[in-house]
Design a protein around this ligand. Structure first.
Ligand SMILES: *Cc1c(COP(=O)(O)O)cnc(C)c1O
Length: 354
């Protein structure tokens, strides 16, 4: 069977994304999307786009978008790489820096796409256990052929400080260190400021979470010129035009609208803190989150029971099959209204269980 397939494909186990129900009746707290729409400026850029330009290929270098993002971050545009969502950027980075290597360090609990890329690119990872749900950067200061961490980490939401990352970079001058900052705008500490001093750090960013643009598919890597050049070589050996014309246009406007980003992320952070408090009062262990989600564990009540109870009540959350985290749930932060509803229903679930 499946002799049509390459040896690589035969050993792949793909990533399973959170459910995207078609009927729209659910409160979706399962894929860390923003409950708020993207910047109105991004929406009008799309509405006012010169659609006849779709006849042409988009700018393969995303020059204007890269300039805008570089300017926003205070780096140079040669430090910026753009891709079709940060998942693609991560894949390109794995292929550029880690393919075929062994002993690439990553947390034993992190974004579940990393092991999938390891399989795809024949990377052997060494998993470093979290300690008390935290990534301990000192544990990554050992011999290795690369490091990847998410900061804040997923699906725990727990962050590490910029000082810890700096120390990690100092101790790994021979390795490329990837820092996935998908959630950094919700209270994390960014490593982007370290790019000018360290040639071995690559920071991965996305517009999918904090900018409310998951549907647009735009992600970035920010790093030293050499690293970015390597990624461009790989990208241009695969697809010269990963970011379409409309995406480049809308992304640029979204990035320029810094006030809107700050407003929406502040609202989400405030909702997160209110929700965390209420869940603690209901008896949950709520990990200390710097992201737009909470990871919660209940000592007595089975996470599968809670997941199903919520689903029956039209609320979707994320329950992972990994045995290390299957006693917890990851809850994306929605609007205040969504989260009140969620807390009411999970309180009912606790009653129902007893
Ligand atoms: C959501 C997420 C991404 C992927 O985001 P896209 O840009 O939508 O591909 C990357 N890393 C982590 C840790 C994420 O949670």
């Amino acid at each position: 069977m499946s002799d049509f397939f390459s040896e690589t494909v035969k050993r792949l186990t793909p990533y399973i994304p959170g459910e995207q129900p078609k009927d729209g009746v659910y409160i979706k707290l399962n894929t860390n999307e923003s409950p708020y729409p993207p910047s109105p400026n991004a929406i009008s850029a799309l509405k006012n786009a010169d659609f006849e330009k779709l006849r042409l290929y988009p700018d393969p270098e995303c020059v204007s978008l890269r300039n805008t993002y570089a300017n926003y971050l205070g780096v140079s545009s040669e430090n910026v790489f753009v891709g079709n969502g940060s998942d693609e950027v991560l894949a390109t980075a794995f292929q550029t820096f880690f393919a075929g290597k062994n002993n690439v360090l990553m947390p034993n609990i992190s974004y579940s796409f990393y092991p999938v890329y390891c399989n795809l690119y024949n990377v052997r990872a060494t998993e470093i256990p979290l300690k008390d749900w935290r990534v301990v950067c000192d544990d990554y200061c050992v011999a290795n052929n690369g490091v990847i961490i998410a900061n804040p980490n997923a699906p725990t939401g727990v962050g590490v400080s910029c000082a810890e990352i700096e120390n990690l970079l100092k101790n790994n001058p021979q390795s490329v260190v990837l820092i996935d900052e998908a959630y950094v705008d919700f209270g994390g500490q960014s490593a982007v400021g370290l790019v000018k001093d360290f040639d071995n750090v690559l920071v991965i960013r996305t517009l999918s979470k904090s900018y409310g643009l998951a549907g647009l598919r735009v992600g970035f890597a920010v790093g030293g010129k050499k690293l970015i050049e390597g990624m461009n070589t790989v990208k241009n050996s695969f697809n010269s035009y990963p970011v379409d014309f409309l995406a480049q246009l809308a992304a640029e406007e979204a990035i320029k609208d810094v006030d809107y980003l700050n407003q929406t992320t502040s609202k989400i952070i405030a909702t997160r803190e209110r929700t965390a408090l209420r869940l603690k009062n209901l008896g949950f262990n709520v990990l200390d989150s710097s992201a737009n989600f909470l990871f919660i564990i209940h000592k007595e009540i089975d996470a599968g029971f809670l997941f199903n109870y919520l689903k029956q009540n039209k609320i979707l959350v994320r329950w992972f099959s990994d045995p290390k985290i299957k006693n917890g749930l990851r809850i994306s932060i929605g609007t205040d209204f969504d989260m009140e509803k969620f807390c009411d229903i999970i309180a009912n679930a606790l009653e129902a269980f007893r």
